[in-house]
Design a binder for this molecule. Structure first.
Ligand code: GLN
Length: 535
């Protein structure tokens, strides 16, 4: 049985605040006393799994009655039990996962530092673990919104953790905590059982200490990439999956199936082979003024290393719409959220303001319950979203943001050598010439395989500074992660060493920053292989 975390005797667990609930180890007494019923046939144990608490779980797939709360770190849902388990959790159990607990997050996934949680902020391990001073431990942001998952992996309590990535929530905490965070192509991994934040952007992502385990789960024979889930309307059909994989390296071909049979995912070896002759693009628009100089240096070093050691070709590219992507994201995501969260009305789920309930006017119950049940950041998003969807503001905000989204996607399609299998290659006509000539919408010859950029503009900040940030400052953190989300592209953050900071300064809890690789739609297998080879 799972239970809520009580203040643990282990100081670290209390201070990191990264779990919402944990599966307790059975005591020796329990183990000896209880006559064990024959266990249901379960696949052999392969790895421990922590699950972000906006993903539904049950204690055992067979026992829905023993469902575990799925709180979304919201005051609204502290006692909510999902009657089913998310497909992704069931899929991972079938591949040998053992659940160790549900992890803390920003309420409904809205945030970048895992501070907007009904359970309090998540903190990551200090750089100097021998320093047990409470203030030191609590001072560095784990990133968000999947901060608890990243910390569970960084501390070794989970071999793999599930997160959700709507605008960077897997990649950013991975970058801050020095682990790997992978956001798949939109529609690849099932979202059934994941509490929606912004449906057109939401993906389920995986965090782990290295790329290898993620590659195995997603791409070895019988990997997750091939599984369509009929219960998730955004899950790509089997036919579409096959079509998208055509011409893509690393999908279940005879060769890779043979690799799997020979003992697992061959990603690293494949990646090393691929790197020679690969073209990597450095998006110039990502070199912003706000970029921490240590990260800029590390980024340049990484590019140099890829060129000199791995024989890749590194070329500058331009993604001109990037500068508008963040603003577009913060219109689209809150708009979808305001619609999604309308279902929390005090009648169907969670918190109900009982005093207001006795009032005859239904509207009072609704408003009072929502007033109590949502945290401040969620309320801010609902207000923003409701405003940008209102008739007077719609054209100026929501519609414009959708146009920007299209431009962002077009920028990516222009620079990638591979086509986006979901969109026709765009063409334009030179109509004012005598002859109408259809030209392919590409910038020029420098078409690239992957984009290489930092995951975040700064190292993990102190929680104290985060608390003093304005909401817009906090949104700024997502500037490098939202473009791939708007375009639905696969992206991965791997740890990148940075030169240590000024003496006495915490250079991020992990002492590393995140290096982000972004690929064309459904080029996930090659993305992971290359990331494995360079990390
Ligand atoms: N920080 C972004 C937001 O608050 C991204 C969150 C996410 O990916 N879930 O919306």
């Amino acid at each position: 049985r799972l239970r809520h975390v009580r203040p643990s005797t282990q100081q670290q667990h209390r201070l990191l605040n990264h779990f919402v609930s944990r599966v307790p180890e059975p005591t020796e007494e329990q183990q000896q006393q209880q006559p064990q019923p024959p266990p249901p046939p379960t696949p052999p144990f392969r790895f421990t799994l922590a699950v972000k608490d906006n993903i539904s779980t049950t204690t055992s797939p067979a026992a829905a009655a023993a469902a575990h709360p799925t709180t979304c770190a919201s005051p609204f849902l502290t006692t909510y039990h999902a009657p089913f388990e998310a497909t992704i959790v069931t899929q991972l159990r079938a591949r040998g996962a053992r659940l160790v607990g549900k992890t803390n997050l920003d309420e409904f996934g809205m945030g970048s530092h895992s501070t907007h949680s009904a359970l309090g902020a998540v903190a990551q391990e200090p750089q100097d673990p021998s320093n047990n001073d409470e203030k030191n431990i609590l001072q560095v942001s784990a990133g968000g919104s999947s901060g608890g998952s990243a910390v569970a992996v960084a501390t070794g309590e989970a071999d793999v953790a599930l997160g959700t990535d709507t605008g960077g929530s897997v990649r950013l905490p991975a970058a801050y905590c020095g682990v790997v965070g992978y956001k798949p192509s939109y529609g690849m991994l099932s979202r059934f059982g994941v509490v929606p934040y912004a449906n057109s952007l939401d993906t389920v992502g995986l965090l782990a200490p290295g790329v290898g385990r993620i590659g195995e789960l997603v791409f070895e024979d019988g990997g997750l990439w091939a599984e369509h889930d009929p219960r998730d309307p955004t899950s790509l059909s089997v036919a579409a999956r096959r079509r998208c994989a055509q011409g893509r390296v690393g999908y279940a071909t005879a060769a890779s199936a043979a690799g799997a049979a020979a003992g697992g995912w061959e990603g690293r070896a494949v990646g090393e082979g691929l790197l020679r002759g690969l073209r990597l693009g450095i998006p110039l628009e990502y070199n912003i003024e706000e970029l921490d100089p240590r990260i800029r240096d590390a980024w340049a070093q990484a590019a140099k290393k890829l060129q000199e050691e791995f024989g890749a070709r590194v070329v500058p590219v331009s993604l001109p719409s990037t500068r508008h992507a963040l603003a577009a994201y913060y219109v689209i995501a809150p708009a979808e959220a305001s619609s999604n969260l309308a279902k929390y009305d005090g009648v169907r789920y969670g918190v109900r303001d009982t005093e207001a309930a006795s009032d005859a006017a239904g509207g009072v119950l609704y408003a009072a319950s929502r007033g109590k049940g949502f945290g401040d950041e969620v309320k801010r998003r609902i207000l923003l979203g409701s405003y940008t969807l209102s008739s007077e503001a719609m054209d100026n905000y929501f519609i414009k943001a959708q146009r920007v989204r299209r431009l962002v996607r077009r920028d990516f399609n222009r620079v990638f050598a591979l086509d986006n299998p979901l969109h026709e290659r765009e063409t334009f006509d030179l109509t004012d010439l005598d002859e109408s000539i259809a030209m392919e919408d590409k910038w020029g010859p420098e078409e690239v395989d992957f984009l290489l950029c930092p995951t975040a503009p700064t190292l993990a900040p102190r929680l104290e500074d985060v608390m003093n940030q304005t909401p817009v400052d906090a949104y700024m953190n997502d500037v490098f992660t939202v473009p791939a989300s708007l375009a639905g592209l696969p992206a991965i953050s791997i740890p990148m060493p940075v030169a240590s900071g000024i003496a006495g300064e915490v250079a991020g809890g992990s002492g590393t920053a995140g290096l982000q690789l972004i690929g064309q739609y459904w080029d996930d297998a090659r993305l992971l292989a290359v990331a494995d080879a360079v990390s």
